[in-house]
Structures are given as C-alpha cells and as structure tokens.
Ligand binder design. Structure first.
Ligand code: ADP
Ligand code: MG
Length: 269
C-alpha cells in the first residue's frame, strides 16, 4: 500500500493516527480453533475537524475498524493514537475519559436503546456517568440537544417503541451529542431509515459538524451518502484501505480497480 494514501489532509493536525493495525477474530469450525485476520496492517490518519468517509463492501472490515477505535475489540497489533494518547491496551477506568471524547452511533437505533426505559432517562444517563452536572443541569443539557436535533421536549417521556425510525436515530444522536464529544464514529447510521428520513438526518449531521467543529468517521456502503458528507473517503477491501483520497478526486479519477468497480456498481443501483 502506498503511504501517500495514509496522509492526513494538508494543514490539519491528525487527531487520530492509526498505524500497523491488526485485528483478528477467533473462530471455531468443526471443533478446530483458528484465527481470522480481519484488519491487516492498516494505516490511517484523521485530521481534526475532518469528515472521513469509509466505504467498502459488506465484510471488508469497516465495522471492525470502528469497534477497534472505541475499544469494543482489542487489536492484536499496531497502534491507535487519539490526540497523542495510545488507545490500544487502554481499558476500564483509564479508557473512560476517551469514551466521552469519542462517541459511536450504530446502524439500528432501536437496538441501541433500552426498550424499558424512557428516552429522557437514557439521554441523561451518560451525563450522570461521565460528568459532574447536577440533575437540573443534565435536564437542561438534554433539552437543548433535543432541540438541536429538532425533537420536541415531550419525546423525553416516551419509550423507544413510541418513536419513529427517524426519531429514534435522532435520540441516539442526541445521546451521543450530550457528552459534547470531539469525534463521532458512525456505522451505517442511516441505512435502516427510509430515504427521505435519511436525507433529513444527513443534513442534520452536516449542520452539527459545522456548528460544533466535530470530527466524523462515517462508515457507509452507500457511496452517494459518503460523497455528500465526506472531505476524504477511504475505500476498504478485505481489511485494508486500498485508496484514500479527497472526495471529489475519488469520484473524478479513481485509481484503484476496486474503487472503479465500486463506483460503477453504485451507478447501476
Ligand atoms: P463490514 O462492517 O465491512 O461489513 P465487519 O467488520 O463487520 O465488516 O466484518 C469483517 C469480517 O470479520 C467479516 O468477514 C465478518 O464475518 C468477520 N467478523 C465480524 N465480526 C466478527 C466476530 N465477532 N467474530 C468473528 N468474525 C467476525
Ligand atoms: Mg458493518
């Protein structure tokens, strides 16, 4: 892989610096244990304030990369530096301040919410864990983020099953935003939504980023979505980044054969 692909945008200080990353899963087939390497020698820098799109077919390791970033899987080798702090090997209590600074939003919002608890409870919970805010300040913070996400305050008394898909995804976004993270990692956050609802959420994400100077890592299999949001796009295949370019360049002059194939197939669908 050319090292050129891994450079961060000119002038931007890398906020996230991934080097030589390797992730393996253990599997058991016919009683025999084996390991499968899902991310291999991956290098990637993300600039502060950048939106990095990550595209690639199903199974290429996009989610695994996101999980490694937030500590849901432990890499077998390599390093992930966030604002100069090594995240690999950082567990438990030591990882907590990082959780606040880096939030992840998953594909299915209903699965990210507890069906038995009200929206309001679930929105203030992270604030109780991660901040010193008192109950009144927590309510205020929650109210203000609900408003930013164009949700009415009455939504706080509802249970998740009383929300539409779009509302549920906005609630999950609000919950992440209340912690005022620096980085948001999205794993296909709109693919479970209707197209019209998806457009609304993507618009909001763009506004949130502009208003708050956030850094996004945005995973999607949908090239049009990646194009809409991203400053640069990384194309993943079999656990490697095969091409990483500014968005306009990637679309106008794709270099890698796999990128070309991906662009061609997205035009057909
Ligand atoms: P993507 O998000 O691009 O679809 P994933 O990161 O989910 O890809 O998966 C990459 C590869 O790792 C796939 O082959 C998948 O089957 C495998 N994989 C993902 N999660 C696990 C797991 N928990 N255990 C074993 N294999 C896994
Ligand atoms: Mg995935």
């Amino acid at each position: 892989m050319s090292t050129e692909h891994a450079t961060s945008p000119i002038g931007a200080e890398p906020l996230i610096d991934i080097d030589g990353l390797g992730v393996e899963y253990r599997s058991r087939e016919n009683g025999r244990r084996s390991t499968v390497r899902v991310i291999d020698d991956l290098r990637l820098s993300v600039g502060r304030g950048e939106v990095l799109g990550v595209v690639g077919e199903s199974g290429s390791g996009k989610s695994t990369l996101a999980h490694a970033l937030v500590g849901l899987v432990e890499p077998v080798e390599g390093s992930i530096r966030f604002d100069g702090i090594e995240l690999v090997g950082l567990t438990g209590r030591a990882r907590r301040p990082m959780q606040k600074r880096m939030q992840m939003v998953f594909q299915n919002p209903q699965l990210s919410l507890n069906p038995r608890r009200t929206v309001g409870d679930q929105l203030s919970e992270p604030l109780r864990i991660h901040t010193d805010l008192d109950a009144g300040q927590r309510d205020e913070r929650v109210r203000s983020w609900l408003e930013s996400l164009e949700l009415t305050p009455d939504i706080a008394s509802r249970h998740p099953h009383e929300l539409s898909g779009g509302q549920a995804q906005r609630v999950v976004l609000a919950r992440a935003m209340t912690l005022e993270p620096e980085v948001m990692i999205f794993d296909e956050p709109t693919s479970a939504l209707d197209v019209s609802v998806q457009a609304g959420v993507l618009n909001l994400l763009r506004e949130l980023r502009d208003a708050n100077g956030l850094t996004y890592i945005f995973i999607t299999h949908d090239l049009a979505v990646a194009r809409y949001l991203s400053d640069r796009i990384a194309v993943m295949r079999s656990g490697e980044i095969v091409e990483l370019r500014p968005t306009t360049e990637l679309f106008s002059e794709p270099e890698h054969e796999y990128t070309k194939a991906l662009l061609a197939s997205s035009l057909q669908s």
